[in-house]
Design a protein around this ligand. Structure first.
Ligand SMILES: *Cc1c(COP(=O)(O)O)cnc(C)c1O
Length: 370
């Protein structure tokens, strides 16, 4: 008897609609090929590296790795609660904030509900929506010709797109891959227009880099809006991307729901220790913010001198508009060992997303550009 076995047809409806994550280039292979000459500007990592205190905390925690980690992450939560002026019962820890963005949809969305997010919003939002089997409502972004925020979130259109079955709105502020942001006043107005039955998730992966006027964390709105969830990560400004730690801050009832589906040991012991130490080293993250801001503006100025359009950014990357298909430029950079992020998958094929690297890396990029 011969039976063809086709696992894909056995997958549930939501999973059938998904494709595996495309991680882009094979970086381990490229590191072997180019060695120290490889310039990695594709993943928004912080080239200054983590706090030395975080490294020391990892080393001190190594001998304890035969034990399971604290399933509650109590020490890290207490430190986060003190830092943000919230209660520990308002915090959920995640294996990166990506996991939390998925968990929120798993817990609150389903085939009877819809989820609103922006065109050019963070790539995880449509995946979380599809994985929950929910209907995606993708709202057009601000136009490419917009004077101040090209391709940014259009909060007015997003609030109008909310319908009775909309359970979640995902926003990223600042946004990846555009680098754009919306200010406090726009968010305040938006929140007053969202019904209490719709959760608002604000992904603040780049919050520690923000310095624009009238741009503050949405954490200030938590006491007024129990339907608000703010997500943060240790992957970007804290430079701990390899350890996978993120967190969400919300109201205790939302946290209690998320805790039902959170895996008990989702954040490992080394990551818990490192994140707590990194959080305590305020001077290190402030140095990262200040250095990133000046280096980003230096890089943006050099790119503009080449006649390229550089979108405004409050992050550690810039979105660069080449006006025409950017794929040949990406390939030319790649051939010279310079990795940047192509944007075709986002519908921004004329753009490349370029992380702010060390001065040496940025100079290599500039030299490799036509
Ligand atoms: C990088 C990034 C994340 C998160 O990452 P984790 O490493 O999973 O914490 C989340 N949101 C945005 C917008 C990002 O750019």
């Amino acid at each position: 008897m011969s039976v063809t076995f086709d696992a894909a047809t056995l997958a549930n409806a939501a999973t059938r609609a998904l494709r595996a994550y495309d991680p882009g280039h094979d970086l381990p292979a490229l590191r072997r090929r180019f060695g120290a000459d490889l310039v990695e500007l594709g993943s928004n990592e912080n080239p200054l590296g983590p706090s030395p205190q975080a490294i020391a905390a990892i080393q001190a925690a190594l001998s304890g790795t035969f034990r399971y980690p604290d399933p509650h992450g109590g020490a890290l939560k207490a430190a986060l609660a003190a830092r943000h002026g919230v209660d520990a019962a308002q915090i959920v820890l995640g294996n990166g904030s990506h996991e939390l963005l998925m968990l929120i949809a798993q817990c609150f969305a389903d085939a009877q509900t819809s989820v609103v997010f922006s065109e050019f919003g963070f790539a995880v939002f449509p995946i979380a929506t599809a994985a929950a089997g929910a209907r995606a409502i993708r709202v057009p972004a601000l136009p490419r010709e917009h004077a101040t925020m090209p391709c940014g979130h259009d909060l007015d259109a997003m609030s109008e797109a909310i319908v009775a079955d909309t359970r979640i709105v995902y926003l990223a502020n600042p946004n990846n891959p555009t680098g754009t942001w919306f200010d406090d006043e726009a968010l305040d107005a938006f929140m007053t227009r969202v019904p209490a039955t719709t959760l608002v998730v604000i992904d603040e992966a780049y919050a520690e880099f923000m310095s624009a006027p009238h741009l503050h964390s949405a954490l200030r709105l938590l006491s007024r809006h129990p339907n608000l969830i703010v997500t943060r990560t240790f992957s970007k400004a804290y430079a701990l991307a390899g350890l996978r730690v993120g967190y969400a801050i919300s109201s205790p009832p939302i946290v209690a729901v998320l805790e039902r589906l959170r895996e008990s040991f989702n954040v490992n012991g080394l990551a818990l220790a490192a994140a707590e130490a990194a959080l305590a080293d305020r001077a290190h993250v402030e140095r990262a913010r200040a250095w990133n801001e000046s280096e980003r503006e230096w890089l943006a100025a050099r790119l503009r001198e080449k006649g390229l359009q550089v979108y405004p950014s409050q992050t550690n990357f810039v979105l660069v508009d080449f006006g025409d298909d950017a794929a040949p430029i990406e390939r030319a950079l790649f051939a010279r060992g310079v990795i940047v992020r192509p944007m075709g998958g986002y519908g921004l094929g004329h753009c490349l997303r370029i992380s702010v690297g060390s001065r040496g890396a940025n100079e290599r990029l500039l030299a490799a550009l036509p």
